[in-house]
Design a protein around this ligand. Structure first.
Ligand code: CMC
Length: 435
């Protein structure tokens, strides 16, 4: 008897079906043969929010949510954070292997030649109101790059793809820094290609009148580590958007803007900003208990806690907690850290959180660290979007090269009216609800 099949009996017809396993899963299309007759469409799966559906095969990132494991191309994220730079990790995610010294030199050169923005894009940014949210400016400006590089729509050409990937990785820190300077009303600072990826970003954020910006090496390294930790996270909400939009063969600037829009939501990358608001609302350590009780009573969520995949401590949160300590040695502590530590302590001992396996996620400590570095909460999600652009692009490239992928187009279970006729206006009753 073949053990590599699942046997399904349709009690409606009595028919039995052997569905082969494919890498531990069952292909949803194999269910379509299960029908009551020739007119029947066949069985579909119903899975709102993709709780149990693999939408692709991917060799990029591995997560074991129960064990709290995260690996890029097989390498534990802890080892990458300790031993590599962000651009090395970007190369790894995109190419599958860590670069040699020569490959890294060429790769860094390739990225740094794409850090400038076209002057018209700079002017485009100037059109935003002074109080525009940096994430809104970031998303719109990334989308606007599509108009600067119209050849980017030839997504099936590997050389064209390669160039857009370099452009995007080179330009997202520049766009991010310009959104920051714009909200402060400061002049934009051009990239300094002598500096590392993170140090150049700091230069574009914080350089004033000094002839050469000197980045604090501890802060530059902490930022680089944060970039590594945020670089990819398999099929999360924004990556799924990147793949879905990219599957229509839209250009990568538009697909990246769409992915960044998904990231901006408070349940995804916007959570780090919400963590800070929550800590402000709690105010003092002695009010943590009452706040946790209100969450348990259904009044909101503990932001920075819980994850669809991790049912254990998010490995990224552990490294960020460590890196935050290093940052505080330079910047001085953030008073919110005390509240956050107390919140973590209380939540991890509480039956409600234990039962639901809710642990701190990547966003819990990153905001406190960003704030100590001088960022306002509005910038936090933009800081997430810079490195995640690499993950989106790696996943986009993998999707384009995958012969099994087609335009993403889910099915639905229709629950509306059967066919009905339009009633003339004079015979229509007033509807109870207006759209
Ligand atoms: N605080 C309190 N209760 C929670 C929380 C939380 N942060 N997260 C989940 N729960 C409860 C939820 O109410 C549900 O309880 P019950 O079974 O009684 O209905 C149970 O835990 C399962 O939660 P769920 O909503 O089914 O889980 P999900 O996988 O759909 O949602 C999540 C995952 C990350 C959206 C959610 O945990 C959440 O909203 N967390 C807060 C926002 C946050 O920190 N997001 C950042 C995620 S990590 C970075 C990223 O991906 O961008």
């Amino acid at each position: 008897m073949d053990k590599e099949v699942v046997n399904i009996v349709d009690r409606r017809t009595g028919a039995a079906y052997d569905l082969p396993f494919f890498k531990g899963a069952v292909r949803a299309m194999d269910l379509r043969q299960i029908k009551t007759g020739p007119e029947d469409f066949g069985v579909m799966t119903y899975d709102p929010a993709f709780l149990n559906t693999a939408s692709c095969q991917s060799a990029i990132t591995f997560i074991d949510g129960d064990k709290g494991i995260l690996r890029y191309r097989g390498y534990p994220v802890e080892q990458l954070a300790e031993n590599c730079t962000f651009l090395e990790v970007a190369y790894l995610l995109l190419n599958g292997e860590l670069p040699s010294a020569l490959e890294l030199k060429q790769w860094v050169e390739a990225i740094t030649t794409h850090t400038m923005l076209h002057e018209t894009t700079k002017k485009f940014l100037e059109g935003f109101r002074h109080n525009a949210h940096p994430m809104g400016m970031f998303i719109s400006t990334v989308a606007a790059l599509s108009t600067v590089y119209p050849e980017s729509r030839h997504v099936l050409d590997p050389e064209i793809r390669r160039l857009q990937i370099r452009r995007l990785i080179g330009k997202v820190p520049t766009i991010a820094a310009y959104t920051y300077r714009h909200s402060l009303g400061f002049p934009y600072v051009y990239p300094d290609n002598d500096l590392s990826y993170a140090a150049n970003f700091m230069n574009m954020l914080w350089k004033m009148v000094e002839p050469k910006y000197q980045a604090n090496p501890v802060l530059a390294r902490a930022l680089d580590i944060l970039f590594i930790l945020h670089a990819d996270h398999e099929q999360n909400c924004s990556t799924n958007v990147m793949r879905a939009v990219g599957s229509s063969q839209a250009d990568p600037f538009l697909a990246t803007a769409a992915a960044a829009a998904a990231l901006s939501g408070p349940l995804h990358g916007g959570a780090n900003e919400e963590v800070l608001r929550m800590l402000d609302e709690i105010g003092t350590k002695d009010r943590v208990h009452a706040y946790v009780d209100s969450v348990k009573a259904g009044k909101g969520k503990l932001m920075g806690f819980g994850h669809r995949v991790y049912k254990n401590y998010d490995p990224r949160a552990r490294i960020i907690k460590w890196a935050a300590g290093k940052v505080f040695e330079v910047t001085g502590g953030n008073p919110k850290l005390e509240i956050a530590l107390e919140l973590e302590r209380i939540a991890l001992e509480d039956e409600y959180f234990i039962k639901r396996k809710l642990y701190p996620n990547v966003d819990f400590y990153s905001g406190i660290m960003y704030q100590a570095m001088g960022f306002r909460p509005e910038m936090f999600t933009v800081l997430f979007a810079i490195p995640r652009t690499v993950g989106w692009l790696a996943q986009w490239q993998e999707m384009i090269e995958d012969p099994e992928q087609k335009i993403a187009r889910p099915r639905q279970i229709y629950t509306g009216y059967e066919a009905r006729n339009v009633v003339p206006m004079e015979k229509r009753a007033a509807a109870a609800v207006t759209a």
